[in-house]
Ligand binder design. Structure first.
Ligand SMILES: Nc1ncnc2c1ncn2[C@@H]1O[C@H](COP(=O)(O)OP(=O)(O)O)[C@@H](O)[C@H]1O
Ligand code: SF4
Ligand SMILES: [Mg+2]
Length: 327
């Protein structure tokens, strides 16, 4: 396993109380594998990623338990200086909003080039050549000319490509892409996602793709981890999930994707709202919204049951996963 996150806990201490943002998340990614992390806004997807990358806001955030084993060592035990070396060189992150991640007053060529001058000790001239090559790789037209331009001179989709180029620069073993296409319009979304998937295969990287949109992951992900209230509620190979979800929350997410073959059908929306993380419901956190909930769901927290009918390692945190799977 390239990355093995084990029983991670993160909380935020605020004036209003303690938000339990991540409550025992375990997931892993292999070399060359894409894991999609899915869930509504506020389910702890980004906070988990920030803890892995070592960029969590501390305070108010605090990691209160767990391990992040990357290439055999627990990153949570490393000193900040060692952490910084891992970041960029061994793992990199792509964010939703390139405009706020790129420096507005430095040309994209200099920003890309800096990866090579700072981390690889290259001359400015060589670094510039590498920058142009990277821009070619992410298919920015006229890279040789555009390398002098500033972030605001690029379209949203092109800026996102630049951010992908920055992440790729040092050929990291792992990339975490946090809603990389959410801010783009639909056709550009598909192009950027395709590019990311292609580069992931070419470089044989591990990729964690965070999204709230199940529609975008079908073609690119190997596995899916579904998060709810800071926990993984279902974890499975992507095809298993599309065939039949083993958790009612996953079913709700699937039923709310628009489908071409069912035009005109009214879209289903999961009723109610995600829970307040300062006051997570007892038992199964999803029970107030679950169409299958029964008494036991209000009192007993479901563990991540092994879905024994799958050979590929599948888990569901639902007492009634079997019914869900066949229902
Ligand atoms: N900087 C912060 N300060 C306080 N609470 C935070 C902060 N960042 C995240 N949280 C809490 O963690 C929860 C999960 O956030 P996040 O991981 O960003 O959700 P998402 O699944 O949408 O990426 C938020 O709903 C919020 O309660
Ligand atoms: S444990 Fe109960 S409330 Fe939770 S998802 Fe399963 S059926 Fe629904
Ligand atoms: Mg997020």
């Amino acid at each position: 396993m390239l990355l093995d996150v084990h029983d991670l806990h993160v909380e935020f201490h605020t004036r209003d109380g303690v938000a339990q943002a991540v409550n025992g998340v375990s997931y892993g990614v292999d070399e060359g594998e894409t894991l999609a992390v899915l869930g509504e806004s506020g389910s702890g997807k980004s906070v988990t990623a920030q803890a892995i990358m070592g960029i969590l806001d501390v305070p108010p955030g605090r990691i209160t338990g767990g391990e992040v084993i990357f290439r055999g060592r627990d990153l949570l035990t490393l000193k900040e200086e060692q952490r910084r070396k891992v970041r960029g060189a061994e793992m990199a992150m792509i964010f939703q909003d390139a405009l706020s991640s790129l420096n507005p007053v430095i040309s994209v060529g200099d920003q890309l080039g800096e990866m090579f001058t700072v981390h690889r000790g290259m001359s400015k001239k060589d670094a510039r050549a590498e920058a142009v090559e990277l821009m070619d790789r992410v298919r920015i037209p006229a890279a040789r000319e555009r390398v002098r331009q500033y972030p605001h001179q690029f379209s949203g989709g092109m800026r996102q490509r630049i951010m992908i180029a920055m992440a790729l620069a040092l050929e990291p073993a792992l990339i975490i892409a946090d809603e990389p296409t959410t801010a783009l319009d639909v056709t550009v979304q598909a192009q950027v996602m395709e590019l990311l998937a292609e580069l992931q295969r070419e470089y044989r990287m591990g990729l964690i793709l965070i999204t709230h949109d199940l529609g975008v992951v079908a073609d690119v992900a190997d596995r899916i981890a579904v998060m709810y209230a800071g926990r993984i509620v279902e974890s499975a190979p992507v095809h298993d999930i599309y065939k039949a979800p083993a958790h009612p929350y996953t079913r709700g997410l699937l039923d709310s994707i628009p489908r071409l073959d069912q035009k005109g059908r009214e879209l289903y929306a999961i009723r109610g709202l995600p829970p307040n993380l300062m006051d997570i419901p007892p038992g199964c956190a999803f029970h107030p919204r679950c169409p299958m909930a029964r008494d036991v769901c209000r009192t007993d927290e479901p563990p991540l049951y092994e879905v024994t009918e799958s050979e590929a390692g599948r888990g569901s945190a639902c007492h009634f996963w079997r019914e869900c799977l066949h229902g």
